[in-house]
Design a protein around this ligand. Structure first.
Ligand SMILES: [Zn+2]
Length: 286
């Protein structure tokens, strides 16, 4: 009975809070998001947006770092989770071969309608990440998840996949109603930020340049990311009200962020625990 089988496929929504480090998420104490399940601390495979999203789109979520396990075994086991996410029992890591790309697999093999809405220009629709998607959109504002939720439409004929790349948690951690002329400025970062060029938001702070390294400012920025998560908790409530019954949702971050620890700021060309630590939570509401 093909109709009955269709019912068994979940919609799947993958929400990426860009740059949201694990402890910022924890400090925000999001109540709505926690309805999804148990909040886990996981580790990102990459320290900046593009490679991290590529990794997510081959189906590998941030990892748990288990000991005494071969990587190949971990991938296989981790990938079996897609059976729970999609409401199936026939998916394994090798199902993705040869393309190794989740949107293509979902669309071409499982018949999903595949959609992406992204906030960061480094993920724009002309990048290679736009593969296997029916729709792929760079949002007008880099920091408005609510606009994404309001544009989501679910096909009743096919199961639906959505990738939402959310920018409120990305530097400068601004909420959509905050006028850009009130956004915080860090000397040396703002200049490159005007193009939201994620690649260069990050690096080691130089102690000599006092203007650049200001503890009070960095604490304020860190708090702004916490506040962004609090705000997003309210937007996620709208997401929960928007999605159809059989929808599985994963919320995570693509990488963390440094707020002055060991004189680092941002993410990208940084090797530090805080750039790898990300929140991970998933589940099906009803
Ligand atoms: Zn990112």
């Amino acid at each position: 009975m093909p109709a009955a089988r269709k019912q068994a496929h979940n919609n799947y929504v993958l929400v990426v809070f860009d740059s949201c480090r694990h402890d910022a998420f924890l400090r925000a104490k999001p109540k709505t998001i926690k309805r999804l399940g148990k909040l886990e601390k996981r580790w990102s495979y990459a320290s900046w947006t593009s490679p991290s999203h590529y990794n997510l789109l081959i189906g590998l979520m941030p990892h748990t770092s288990p000991k005494h396990v071969y990587a190949s075994e971990y991938y296989k086991k981790d990938f079996l989770k897609f059976n729970e996410r999609l409401g199936r029992d026939d998916i394994e890591f090798k199902s993705l071969v040869p393309k190794m790309f989740l949107p293509s697999f979902l669309r071409d093999t499982l018949g999903y309608r595949t959609n992406a809405m992204v906030s960061l220009p480094v993920l724009n629709p002309r990048t290679i990440l736009n593969t296997g998607f029916d729709t792929y959109k760079l949002m007008e504002k880099h920091n408005d998840m609510r606009a994404m939720v309001r544009q989501m439409s679910f096909s009743e004929e096919q199961p639906n996949f959505f990738l939402l790349n959310v920018g409120e948690t990305h530097y400068p951690y601004a909420l959509p109603d905050e006028p850009p002329d009130q956004w915080p400025r860090i000397s040396g970062v703002h200049g490159v930020f005007k193009h939201l060029d994620d690649e260069v938001v990050g690096g080691k702070l130089l102690v000599k340049k006092e203007k650049f390294f200001n503890n009070r400012k960095l604490a304020e920025l860190r708090q702004r990311q916490v506040d962004a998560v609090k705000h997003l908790d309210g937007v996620v409530e709208e997401l929960f009200d928007t999605v159809p019954k059989n929808t599985y949702i994963t919320i995570l971050a693509d990488h963390g962020e440094l707020f002055g620890e060991d004189r680092y700021f941002g993410h990208g060309p940084i090797h530090h625990d805080k750039v790898w630590e990300v929140p991970f939570i998933e589940g099906k509401l009803r």
